[in-house]
Design a protein around this ligand. Structure first.
Ligand SMILES: Cc1cc2nc3c(=O)[nH]c(=O)nc-3n(C[C@H](O)[C@H](O)[C@H](O)COP(=O)(O)OP(=O)(O)OC[C@H]3O[C@@H](n4cnc5c(N)ncnc54)[C@H](O)[C@@H]3O)c2cc1C
Length: 677
């Protein structure tokens, strides 16, 4: 549709230009967000900027099925409404008056004037005007049927009809076979003396059809690649979800379900799992009034929380950048999850989450509509876990069949009924001369193919490099060099001791909210009218105005890790006086945890399963510390100790005075009694 539209409006340049922007490409994420694109295809009209430089965007229509004619009409209507920013190269589109026509040749140096008589709701006149924009020696104006004087003068009997006026005052009706745009345009372009202008579109080299065909990575199609899965997570959470301007209601629930599912079943690297689990607990509770209190316990998890930010397609690599990639990885991810959830009590757990995700976030709107239609037809009928696996497999094959031979098919990776016979010979059989699937064999194949053991870590960034980079980022964020320990024993320790005391004093003096806010990003401040959001909620430029919540998963990871390091630094400060445990997480030293134990993770362990006893002890201490602050009412430890000492001394003093006076009283009472005898 868009290509047809661009071809149809080619002659309208320079008044109207059609440009395509690939919003599926992460490199265009910002500009697509600025334009408010939440799915594609979407068509936006941007009037040529004038003075103020404001965009003044308005949406014309969405949906690839909209007819080119309707889109063309919408563009004209929107052009006419944008009085403030009339494109400089756009001819007048409003109807001509009798006076204007009468004096036309005195004011314009052209050979021909074409008048198209039409009803007010007709677009032919304006379309032909724009079609002839690049042609010289001719002008086109529309005249409405209500312009009686002109209608009478030209003897117009039907609408639309076109009349050609010459500068000598003679006129004639255009002898066309059909009163239609293309017939008018063709006739006018053939007139003697009418020539095409010299307008040329400035095409920069980047706009030309240069495709960089990178060397294809070696991929074994019998494997599932972790690089594809992590790229899918990155793209879905950081690109696709953040396109949603208002994250509330159904979209928020869909995100929560999606993240909860990932946290539960995604067989990822431990730091990715920690990231997902952290995000899940945060999202799960963020509407509750006390949700933020759960966050500190998460920060005590010893594993760094991280989701790699690079996109690397391996099993989903296309022969050209616009083929395969993300949609392929999303299918792969959900197949994997249906099989990981095989023990789940809820057969629809994965499918309904996928349905919600696709409906709310999947950028390809056409795909989302097709998927929703399939889901509405039969998804609810799924009874058991095995049926859920089969439902996704068979419907994916349905999509493969529909798309085979379409222009979205990568010629190097044709759409097949999957798994093909060479991948799973036992999956195929013949029944009465027709192909049939052997379902038990298919299930066995799917279980093996989408098992964690079949996930190839190839092309993922090695854990050590990723963590080192992350540490460097965190260290930079907290103002330390990557190789510099946050604190060393001995000299540095003693030098810092006094400073520490000071800082501790200051820290203890802070009201309890501030201490917590430092870790969690935000908290309602007493006296502040505005409820501050956790720092993992980013307000995008546009959303900021409307105060819409956009969960910024990048900053979630960053903040999570950074605050963990900050907290650890604080914790270390306190611990360092008692022992000399090095702080490894941010210091770049050997890790005090072993996360590279493989891809498996404790299924039901949750966060606690990753915690070590000493962390639990430290956690206890930290959990108590806010109470200490509350009881201390802002006094430092020194203040409290002095109070206790003074209290003790004054008590002793009182006790001494009491004993002294009591003894004296006794001795006085006894003295007069002696001489009575
Ligand atoms: C929900 C959804 C709906 C979509 N709808 C459309 C649409 O309407 N129109 C459109 O043009 N594009 C649509 N797409 C994209 C399209 O389906 C492909 O994802 C895309 O064209 C890339 O194709 P591919 O060759 O990489 O393989 P994909 O079809 O994406 O498959 C990815 C991988 O999954 C495996 N696989 C293939 N078939 C199956 C199966 N039946 N069961 C299990 N695993 C399988 C293979 O290893 C394959 O490499 C949709 C994508 C999704 C996620």
């Amino acid at each position: 549709t868009w290509r047809a539209l661009a071809a149809d409006l080619r002659e309208w340049r320079p008044a109207v230009m059609i440009a395509a922007l690939d919003c599926a490409d992460e490199a265009n994420q910002q500009v697509c967000m600025d334009f408010g694109i939440t799915g594609f295809p979407t068509l936006k009209v941007r009037p040529a900027p004038q003075g103020s430089g404001t965009l003044g965007l308005f949406e014309v229509a969405g949906g690839g099925d909209t007819a080119v004619r309707d889109l063309r009409h919408s563009i004209i209507t929107n052009l006419e409404q944008s009085h403030d920013a009339w494109p400089p190269a756009c001819p007048p589109l409003e109807p001509a008056s009798t006076d204007e026509v009468r004096s036309f040749f005195q004011r314009n140096n052209v050979k021909y004037l074409t008048l198209i008589f039409e009803e007010s709701n007709s677009f032919v006149g304006r379309e032909v005007t724009l079609d002839m924009l690049q042609y010289e020696n001719i002008a086109v104006r529309r005249v409405l049927s209500s312009e009686e004087e002109l209608v009478r003068k030209f003897g117009v009997t039907s609408f639309p009809s076109a009349y050609l006026l010459l500068s000598n005052g003679s006129f004639s009706r255009l002898p066309v076979h059909m009163e239609a745009r293309s017939f008018y345009t063709y006739y006018l372009r053939m007139l003697p003396g009418v020539t095409r202008g010299s307008y040329k579109l400035n095409v920069t080299s980047s706009a030309s059809n240069l495709t960089t065909t990178a060397l294809l990575k070696h991929a074994d199609r019998s494997k599932v690649y972790m690089a594809d899965l992590e790229s899918a997570l990155h793209y879905s959470l950081r690109v696709e979800v953040t396109r949603t301007r208002v994250l509330s209601g159904a979209a928020l629930s869909a995100l929560k379900c999606y993240v909860a599912l990932l946290a539960k079943y995604f067989p990822g690297r431990p730091f990715v799992q920690t990231y997902l689990q952290g995000l899940d607990s945060w999202l799960r509770n963020w509407t509750e009034p006390d949700c933020l209190t759960l966050f500190p316990s998460l920060l005590q998890a010893s594993h760094p929380a991280m989701l790699p930010t690079n996109v690397t397609w391996v099993g989903c690599q296309g022969s050209e950048p616009h083929f395969r990639g993300y949609p392929c990885s999303l299918w792969t991810l959900f197949h994997l999850l249906t099989l990981q959830a095989f023990q789940s009590e809820l057969p629809l757990e994965v499918l309904s989450t996928m349905r919600c995700y696709v409906r709310n976030f999947f950028g390809c709107q056409e795909c989302a509509q097709h998927f929703e239609a399939m889901a509405a037809e039969s998804m609810d009928k799924v009874q058991g876990r095995q049926e859920a696996v089969f439902w996704l497999w068979s419907h994916h094959n349905e999509v493969n069949a529909r798309l085979a031979g379409s222009d979205t098919e990568d010629p190097k990776f044709p759409k097949l009924q999957w798994p093909p016979p060479d991948m799973c010979p036992l999956c195929h059989k013949e029944e009465s001369g027709l192909h049939a699937w052997d379902e038990p064999a298919v299930l066995r194949f799917l279980e093996a193919h989408f098992s964690p053991g079949n996930i190839d870590p190839g092309y993922t960034e090695p854990d050590t490099e990723l963590l080192a980079r992350e540490r460097a980022t965190v260290a930079a964020n907290v103002g330390l060099s990557a190789n510099q320990p946050i604190e060393r024993d001995g000299e540095r320790e003693r030098d810092k001791e006094d400073k520490d005391k000071e800082e501790e004093g200051k820290e203890e003096e802070k009201p309890p909210e501030e201490g917590v806010e430092g870790e969690m990003g935000a908290r309602e401040r007493p006296g502040s009218s505005e409820l501050r959001r956790p720092s993992i909620v980013r307000l995008s430029g546009r959303a900021r105005e409307a105060q819409d919540d956009i969960v910024d998963l990048d900053s979630f990871s960053e903040q999570h890790f950074k605050s963990k390091a900050l907290r650890a630094a604080g914790r270390r400060r306190r611990l360092s006086k008692r022992d000399t445990l090095p702080l490894h997480v941010a210091a770049g030293g050997p890790r005090d945890f072993d996360y590279a134990v493989g891809w498996e993770r404790p299924r039901h362990g949750g966060l606690g399963a990753w915690r070590r006893p000493e962390e639990a002890a430290v956690g206890e201490g930290l959990r108590r510390s806010p109470w200490f602050r509350v009881l201390g009412l802002g006094f430092s430890r020194v203040d409290v100790s002095l109070c206790i000492v003074l209290y003790f001394l004054s008590s002793m003093c009182l006790l001494g005075m009491y004993t002294f006076f009591r003894l004296r009283m006794r001795s006085r009472k006894g003295r007069p009694g002696f001489p009575t005898a």
